[in-house]
Ligand binder design. Structure first.
Ligand code: PMP
Length: 313
């Protein structure tokens, strides 16, 4: 379901989409040794200006992932920011998805990656709502997965590594088999972590709660954005719940007043039910709706207060 565009940025230059190939003996294809990012750009419906959301923050996370994965990233964050703008402009893509990938390429085999070249690509393509437009309005059904999130000592969740997504894939397929749109993964201690490609939040007892990073989850940029937006809205008395990072267990989800998931792909998607139990009214909650509205205003460039989160294309 990818719609091709003319160019992909690869190792410093633009190459034709169909020529962006890699050898079947590329190290990362065998050992999952790559790291990547997922970013969105948005077009303002009125001004038709296009903005990338928190581009530098994503590239900084990519650099952190490289550091953890012991990859010597051959480009600076600034160069990757420029390269992203270059590939968006070359493709005349005003809204869509951006996928930077740093992988160990062709040259050595075996688990020790020493000597494998580091290849870097930035691909862009048009991508609508990840979980569907209906999901953004009315919420999704989710189920707690029998697959556990890895601990901080095994394929650390703090790295956005290609290898991590075997786990997400298993949880996602299981969720689908059970009729759910998305899975919630717990860690081995039974604490709630995240979705297969999203962080999560609940509203309960006057608080907006998301699990702490120490429970083993990706440091989501949308998660961070929501924490900041919610603190600002609470201060401005636009919402009456204060954001906190606190561990959650499975049953906290069942009795939450509201729940939603966040991600660059999933944006801010309400959760209608967990394991068949309606969350609140089973519709998008009030706080969720207010945060979602503000989020979409911000990404479209309609809120000056957060202008520094946007990079104009
Ligand atoms: N957790 C996982 C496992 C993810 O893949 C993602 C998507 N990158 C997220 C959380 C959300 O992170 P972000 O908001 O930075 O996209």
């Amino acid at each position: 379901d990818i719609t091709p565009v003319p160019y992909i940025w690869k190792n410093g230059s633009l190459v034709a989409w169909e020529d962006a190939q890699t050898h079947v003996l590329s190290h990362s294809l065998h050992y999952g040794s790559g790291v990547f990012e997922g970013i969105r750009c948005y077009e303002n419906d009125t001004t038709h200006k296009s903005y990338v959301f928190r581009l530098r923050d994503h590239m900084e996370r990519l650099a952190r992932s490289c550091k953890i994965a012991a990859i010597d990233l051959p480009y600076s964050v600034d160069e990757l920011v420029e390269a992203t703008l270059e590939v968006l402009r070359a493709n005349n893509l005003k809204k869509g998805y951006i996928r930077p990938l740093v992988y160990r390429g062709y040259g050595v085999m075996g688990v020790d990656p020493s000597g494998a070249p580091i290849d870097v690509i930035i691909a862009v393509w048009p991508w609508d709502a990840y979980l569907g437009a209906e999901a953004l309005k009315h919420g999704i059904k989710v189920g707690v997965s029998s697959w556990r999130q890895r601990s901080n000592n095994a394929i650390p969740p703090a790295v956005k590594a290609t290898a991590s997504y075997m786990n997400s894939l298993l949880a996602k397929l299981e969720a689908k088999e059970h009729g759910y749109a998305e899975a919630v993964m717990l860690n081995e201690a039974g604490r709630v972590c995240e979705g297969t490609g999203e962080n999560l939040f609940i509203v309960r007892n006057g608080a907006l709660i998301t699990p702490p990073l120490s429970d083993g989850l990706l440091e989501g940029i949308t998660r961070d954005s929501v924490l900041q937006i919610a603190a600002d809205m609470y201060e401005a008395e636009e919402i009456d719940v204060f954001p906190v990072e606190e561990s959650l267990v499975r049953t906290d989800l069942y009795i939450a007043d509201e729940m939603f998931m966040t991600g660059s792909a999933a944006e801010l998607t309400p959760v209608a039910s967990v394991d068949g139990r309606e969350v609140g009214s089973g519709e998008c909650g009030e706080v969720t709706a207010a945060l979602q509205k503000r989020f979409f205003e911000i990404v479209a460039g309609d809120n000056e207060d957060y202008a520094d989160w946007l990079t104009e294309v």
